[in-house]
Design a protein around this ligand. Structure first.
Ligand code: NAD
Length: 487
């Protein structure tokens, strides 16, 4: 008899497509492991979307999630057509799930992969970067999305990656960024990485530009251990890595925040397999195992993980990983769950058994003493963006020079980031979107904000279309903005 007083409440959403069948299999395996959990089921996803709830999740579901703070989630089908918001992005942001953790491990020789040594954990920042979803159409030709990267956000994810490495016996953390191009945003992430790495001398650290890093990952994944990266890069490389490790059907993931955590398979709702008892429940099971570790239930986590490894070793495989010569019995979703349940209490005999006996120290980001910048901030200029179709750069430059207010000087005009005035190249293709940089006459000295308004007013009065402005700041004398290419 279970002691109902000590059951840990878990919120569960079965999801869409193959979701209900893989969740049924995962819950059967969880129950058989004896894990003391109490399931609260919520309805989210396609049914809600189609009933007119554009976020795909209702208030009762939120109530359960805010209370249990632990979410085991099946995959969701996002209906086609505009207006539907991504439930995953909503859940990550609302619950503050800043870290996405995806182990991508080869199970060779039991699951076919060209990379038998692969054992990588990708830790992806989950809340910032281009996923802020702040986008604008500014002119008839040019559209913009904002990439927002904060120092505390970068520090949280980098620190999480190093703590994860330390707590899980991993040896190296690699930072993947593109700071040769995005010197301000990715440059910040890189600086924070180097600063935090110095606090973990026992863990090796290195960094690579994301493009060569991805190429190396696709070619020699065994050279990586833990990877930490920003949201978009992490989104892309974690799918690449999951695919390299064998099948999307065996990838699990955790989304972790200060207070809540969400666990889900990396794959989607696979409508092509739905209702056919063909889907592999392993991705969801491995996510559920991460959940058990998170709620400090290491014994059932290890029991399930070892039974799962033994099932793979015994050649009992679902269709996605079945390979004649390697596999012995092809099973369906529930048959696979039965095989795992039968093997509870056993360990793999050819590969290494998993132990979670040592409680993984809970990572408490809220207790971290995050660096909060306190530099002196000085306004020294402004970039004013204009919508001006069909004008030559030199003609625009001359017009702007004639309209520049006292105390400011026009330093550069750029189009899509490339300097076109003064001394631009005649062949540079120009759109209707111009960045016009004005600085204090004496470079680096402070200007009043009133100057910015006066400059915009002067343009407005002259009939120019100001679409936005960005202030130019120095922080303790250091430039807080990028130069135009060619400036
Ligand atoms: P998908 O991951 O559902 O399927 C891609 C391929 O992998 C398909 O061939 C599918 O049969 C196979 N596959 C997926 N899971 C499998 C499993 N457990 N066992 C065996 N094979 C498996 O990706 P998709 O087809 O691009 O998307 C389908 C739907 O899922 C879309 O509506 C998409 O928005 C949604 N989706 C949801 C999530 C989520 O909820 N986290 C993630 C990705 C996609």
């Amino acid at each position: 008899m279970k002691n109902h007083q000590s059951l840990i409440p878990i919120t569960v959403a079965h999801g869409d497509g193959i979701g209900p069948e893989i969740m049924r299999a995962a819950l059967r395996m969880l129950e058989a492991s004896g894990a003391p959990i109490a399931i609260e089921t919520i309805e989210i996803g396609e049914k809600l979307y189609l009933s007119g709830n554009t976020s795909g999740i209702g208030s009762e579901a939120w109530e359960s999630l805010f209370r249990t703070k632990v979410f085991l989630k099946g995959p969701i089908t996002t209906p086609f057509g505009g207006g539907y918001k991504s439930l995953n992005v909503t859940a990550r942001k609302t619950l503050g799930l800043f870290a996405n953790i995806r182990p991508c491990i080869s199970y060779s020789p039991f699951v076919f992969t060209r990379f038998p040594q692969m054992d990588v954990v990708i830790i992806r920042e989950n809340e910032e970067d281009l996923y802020a979803g702040i986008e604008y159409r500014q002119t008839r030709q040019v559209y913009q999305t904002l990439k927002l990267v904060s120092e505390p956000g970068s520090e949280k994810i980098v620190r999480y990656a190093f703590e994860y490495a330390r707590n899980n016996g991993r040896k190296k953390v690699t930072c993947l960024i593109k700071d040769n191009i995005m010197k301000v945003t990715d440059g910040l992430f890189h600086r924070v990485f180097d600063r935090v790495a110095a606090e973990f001398p026992e863990i090796k650290s290195d960094s690579m530009i994301i493009d060569i890093g991805t190429a190396r990952l696709a070619d020699s994944p065994e050279i990586f251990d833990v990877i930490v990266t920003q949201n978009l890069y992490g989104d892309i490389i974690s799918d690449v890595a999951a695919q390299l490790s064998g099948s999307v059907g065996i990838g699990g993931s955790a989304n972790v925040g200060d207070k809540c955590a969400m666990f889900e398979a990396i794959h989607g709702s696979a409508p092509d397999l739905a209702g056919k008892d063909l889907a592999n429940p392993s991705g969801l099971l491995l996510s559920a195992i991460m959940m058990l570790v998170h709620i400090n239930l290491p014994e059932p986590a290890a029991a399930l993980h070892n039974a799962w490894l033994k099932t793979l070793e015994d050649g009992i495989h679902t269709g996605d990983i079945y390979k004649s010569g390697m596999s012995r019995i092809r099973v369906g979703t529930q048959g696979f769950a039965d095989a795992v349940i039968e093997r509870l209490g056993t360990i793999p005999t050819q590969g290494e058994a998993v132990t979670y006996t040592q409680q993984i120290k809970p990572i408490q980001p809220s207790s971290w003493n995050l660096k909060m910048a306190s530099e002196t901030k000085t306004l020294t200029g402004v970039d004013i963006f204009l919508d001006y179709p069909n004008i030559k750069p030199n003609d625009l430059g001359a017009l702007l020079d004639s309209l520049t207010v006292q105390g400011l000087k026009l330093v550069v005009v750029s189009n899509r980031g490339v300097k076109v005035y003064p001394d631009g190249f005649a062949d540079t293709f120009c759109t209707d979107h111009w960045r016009c940089r004005f600085e204090a006459i004496e470079k680096g000295s402070t200007i009043e904000f009133g100057k910015v308004l006066a400059q915009m007013e002067a343009f407005h009065v002259a009939g120019l279309d100001c679409i936005k402005s960005e202030n130019l700041y120095l922080f303790d004398g250091h430039v807080g903005y990028s130069l135009a290419q060619g400036q």
